[in-house]
Design a protein around this ligand. Structure first.
Ligand code: LLP
Length: 393
């Protein structure tokens, strides 16, 4: 990470989320232009980072939104998304949230169960509307990622499985306020093994054919998100290889004439532009371990504690000789350790520590455990003008 950033951050309260706006814009432009070349439609997965400034940049570039709550729909609309480009997923949509979707005339509800279809039908009828829906299919594909972020196996709570399709078709005959327009898939997140996407394509092909043979001319196929990013060497791969990713679908998916292909990228758009910046509070030198205790904790970036996820850690202030440290936060949990045996230049109190690739599932997953404050966010294009107190540590 650029060390001049450190100088700019000198007077700012830590921990904080730092976002590199240029990188975000370049990533957004690359993804959009690679998608446009192939006629693909992108719905940014708002859950990855719902910071208003980030959403505004992404929606200004023409992305739609993939939302999983009523509040995500409202925030996305406030930040400029076209409601006709909003998909609404989630296994537990409440009546209020469904009504928010109906009131905003969103593109589609991704239905995850037959009881949910019945409920959307009921609420749509009450408003005199027809809801466009997708069936979220559980294709029973192993995403080969962490079990907590795998969603496409039959034992996962997500989607409707193949053995229920006949029932779905029967229901659709009765539920007059639903209009099936699409099939939706999302098998998991941080997928690095591209053979997973090839397998998804082959499953999509057979499900697409199954519905076609039963008289459904579906205009849309949505293959969700999931493209992984390089957490180990973020500076080598700041922008994911969207061209190769889309090429997999181009080569393996058999769309019917006129069918449009949709994606819901989250992490791949925002992860690399964000870092969690903290300051070193104490260096504890032990017999077998040296600990660097920073002022950020698992409350600010829960991924290492929850998924044993790796985030590249840098000391932005020191050029000293390399030493080995465990880098931990101040929370009263042993899981509050960002990484063990990290090679860092000799580190001292007050140094800036960056936890890289924190733009996705960082700020949005922050909690107030231990009654901590949620960190603020700072954007690369506004640092010099931002008024901040000095954090006296
Ligand atoms: N579409 C659906 C229906 C999803 O459930 C998700 C993510 C996405 C799209 C976006 O997936 P992405 O492109 O970001 O992989 N908190 C976890 C990740 C949870 C992902 C949940 N669903 C983490 O920090 O790794």
């Amino acid at each position: 990470m650029n060390r001049t950033v450190t100088e700019k951050l000198a007077g700012i309260i830590t921990p904080l989320y730092y976002y590199d706006v240029d990188l975000l814009k370049k990533t957004v432009e690359t993804a959009k232009s690679e998608a446009d070349k192939r006629g693909y439609i992108l719905h940014y997965a708002t859950k990855a980072n719902a910071n208003p400034k980030i959403l505004k940049i992404i929606f200004a570039a023409g992305f739609g939104a993939d939302c999983v709550s009523g509040n995500e729909i409202l925030r996305s609309v406030e930040c400029g998304v076209a409601p006709a480009l909003i998909t609404f997923a989630g296994v537990g949509k409440t009546d209020t949230e469904i009504n928010t979707g109906l009131d905003n005339d969103i593109f589609t509800f991704n239905c995850e169960s037959i009881p949910e279809m019945e409920n959307i039908d009921r609420l749509a009828e009450a408003k005199g509307k027809t809801a466009d829906i997708s069936i979220r299919i559980n294709p029973d594909v192993d995403a080969k990622t962490h079990e907590y972020i795998s969603t496409g196996k039959k034992e996962n709570k997500f989607g409707i499985s193949a053995w229920d399709f006949e029932k779905v078709i029967e229901k659709l005959k009765i539920l007059k306020n639903l209009n099936l327009i699409s099939l939706h898939f999302h098998v998991g997140s941080q997928i690095m093994d591209t053979s997973v996407f090839v397998e998804v394509c082959s499953r999509v092909n057979s499900f697409n054919q199954w519905f076609k043979e039963r008289g459904f001319d579906l205009e849309h196929i949505n293959v969700g998100g999931g493209l992984g990013i390089d957490y180990h060497t973020p500076d080598k791969n700041p922008i994911p290889d969207f061209a190769s990713y889309f090429a997999i679908f181009e080569q393996n998916l058999k769309l019917y004439p006129g069918q449009k292909l949709h994606f819901e990228p989250g992490r791949s758009i925002v992860a690399q532009c964000g870092s969690l910046i903290s300051r070193v509070l104490y260096v504890k030198e032990g017999k077998t371990k040296n600990f660097v205790i920073v002022d950020a904790g698992m409350t600010d970036l829960i991924r290492p504690a929850l998924y044993h996820a790796h985030h590249h850690i840098e000391n932005l202030s020191s050029n000293g000789a390399q030493k080995i440290y465990d880098v931990a936060g101040p929370i009263c949990e042993s899981a509050d350790c960002f990484d063990r045996d990290v090679h860092l230049p000799e580190t001292k109190r007050g140094d800036f520590i960056a936890l890289r690739s924190a733009g996705a599932y960082g700020e949005v997953m922050a909690s107030q455990y231990n009654l901590r404050a949620i960190p603020g966010s700072v954007f690369s294009d506004e640092i010099p003008v931002k008024e901040c107190e000095i954090n006296k540590i």
